[in-house]
Write a protein that binds this ligand. Sequence first.
Ligand code: HEC
Length: 146
Amino acid sequence: MIIAVSTFLLLSGCGSEPAPAPPAEPAAVKAPDGPPGADGPEAIPVPEFEVSADPTVVARGSRVFETRGCGACHQFGSRLVGPDLAGVTTRRTPKWIARQVLFPERMTREDPVAKQLFAELMVQMTNQRVDPSEIGPLVSFLATHP
Ligand code: HEC
C-alpha cells in the first residue's frame, strides 16, 4: 500500500515536471491566423473566447471534456471512435475547433475538412451541448496536448 502511494506520488511528480514556472499573469495564447477557410465557415456562429495557459482555466477545460462525454469517442495519443485529439490545436485553429464542437452536424455539411473526417471515419460527431462559455477552457485544455 505504501509502495502504491509513493509510486503514485512519483508519477504525478513526473507528470507535472514539464510545466514551466507559472507566469505572473495568466498568459493568453494568441490564436494563430490560419489561411482563408481555416476557421471554418463564417456562417457558423462562434463565441468570443480566449485560449489560455492559466492552469485554472485548463483544469476547467479538463472537467468540461469529462462531463460533456468527449472521452467516449476521443483520447490523446490514438484514434478511438473519433480522431486522436493529440496535436489538434496545431492542425486546426481555435475557431475551427469551437465550430466543430458546437455545431458538428453543420460542420460535416459545410466545412471541407470536417466533411473529409466524416468520410474517413464514417461516424458523425454528436452535439454534446457544450455551453459557449465552456469553449475557451475546453480549447485551452486541448492545447495542453500538443
Ligand atoms: C459520438 C462520438 C463523439 C463524441 C461524443 C465527440 N466526438 Fe469529436 N469527433 C467525433 C468524430 C467521428 C469526429 C470526426 C468528424 C465526424 O466524423 O463527424 C470528431 C471530430 C472532432 C474534432 C476534430 C478532430 C480533428 O482531427 O480535426 C475535435 C476537435 C473534436 N471532435 C472534439 C470533441 C470534443 C471536445 C468533444 C466533447 C465535447 C467531442 N469531440 C465529442 C466523434 C465524437
